[in-house]
Design a protein around this ligand. Sequence first.
Ligand code: ADP
Length: 517
Amino acid sequence: MVSSKEDNPDKAPGAHLKIKIFYNNLIMQKILVANRGEIALRIMRTIRKMGIKSVAVFSEADRNAPHVLFADEAVFLGPAPSALSYLDGEKIIAFAKKLGVDGIHPGYGFLSENADFAQKAAEAGINFIGPDPAAMRVMGSKLAAKECVKQFNIPMVPGTDQAIEDIAPAKAIAAKIGYPLLIKASAGGGGKGMRVVEKEADLEEQMQRATSEAKSSFGDGAVFIEKYISSPRHIEIQVLADKYGNVVHLFERECSIQRRHQKVVEESPSTILTPELRKAMGAAAVMVARSCNYTSTGTVEFLLDDQLNFYFLEMNTRLQVEHPVTEMITGKDLVEEQIKIARGEPLDFTQDDLSINGHSIELRVYAEDPLNNFLPSIGTLTTYIKPAGEGVRVDDGYEEGMAIPIYYDPMIAKLVTHGKDRLDALQKMKTAIEEYNIEGLFTTLPFGKFVFEHAAFLSGKFDTHFIQDHYTPEKLKEKQKQNAELASIIALKYWLNAQKEIMIVETVPSNWKNRRS
Ligand code: ADP
């Protein structure tokens, strides 16, 4: 008798997949989170939700940090400087092996884009929750990334797609694309390693500076030239790719409000994209992911010029800081998806299953002084009371009484709101900022309030030069003075009304008063 597929489920299409999933599920029982602060805590929450055990790592500066207290197990890495703790990949892998860990989630920053670390984890038999080292290597270099996507018709910023070393070819390219232009470090990141050149007379000197800076900061002196897009918006597309060739995008995030080329406010959807443009950028992002056989979560960054032309900038091969806004509008837990992909599960939804629900905005709350050039403001959170309520999410890694260490990124929290539309999300954000009580150091909360009340932001007509064009400490001070005056007028009005009521109650005939009581 010939057995049917029903008789023998192992022969049914996709059966091999199920066996693999089952097998991998079994071996993903303990995940080490190679990070700290808000992102470590956020990742561990999902790990716990999935019934998996978590292991925290910590440095001397983070002994009592919430991510350490939350984890099922925690290991001490060493002194506070990152090089001696959170960047010590060998030590982290050794601990992971010792503790029987079968997955490492790198979060963002630190080792998250280090292909050698991912490779070594894999060699040690530990599942790196992220893309393949090969994809990380390609996308980790802006030049290699350009080379990789070139053949797929992805629009790119005019400029060189190869390292430029000599001034003669640099001048020739510059003459073709025109000034101003941007010299960029191929290995650059975090908004660093970029130089704007306004005119030819400055080109040679700026090239030399850029090259030596790139060498000393990133260990790779390769630089290239791009046209400086004069009024760009930063629009990025979230992608998810499994190990079976399924790639989807989860729409865009607009990240144009930046200081020093680093994002401070993000939102989704963007006010500028039309459905057609969203579709075209989404398709381009999926193509970029396919070009390097990408798996896991990733972000494809684009610049959009004032004519709505979009250009590929780079791909970030990790979970992005601003991923919560995407989670809010799609209802997907991106960390859960990442873990499922890493353990071999196929995506259980398609592009057509995804849609945008409402609007979400994120403010990065940094320990920085917006009245003093956004300089880090290190200190202790003497008061720390966070907002809560429907449509309000705070991803943080600190508690009242804790000090913000000088060794790491000074981000205290991400304040995220979700509303039925942009106005609703904005209103919730403004209320949440009012309710967020942080004392002991300066934060970017007042700057956020300034942005969310600004006509350019409200109208949706802004670009990456928002701060340059609209913000000065004096304007913030003026706004704060106006708000304080308004608050005292409102308080006075309430007080006068209350006095009036007291007077009325006191002057009504006694029999009426008696009837009321
Ligand atoms: P990084 O890897 O350091 O984050 P990116 O290439 O992603 O660098 O660019 C960061 C920011 O720098 C962008 O969001 C944008 O504000 C600015 N930028 C980058 N390239 C250009 C360009 N060609 N023209 C104008 N602005 C640019």
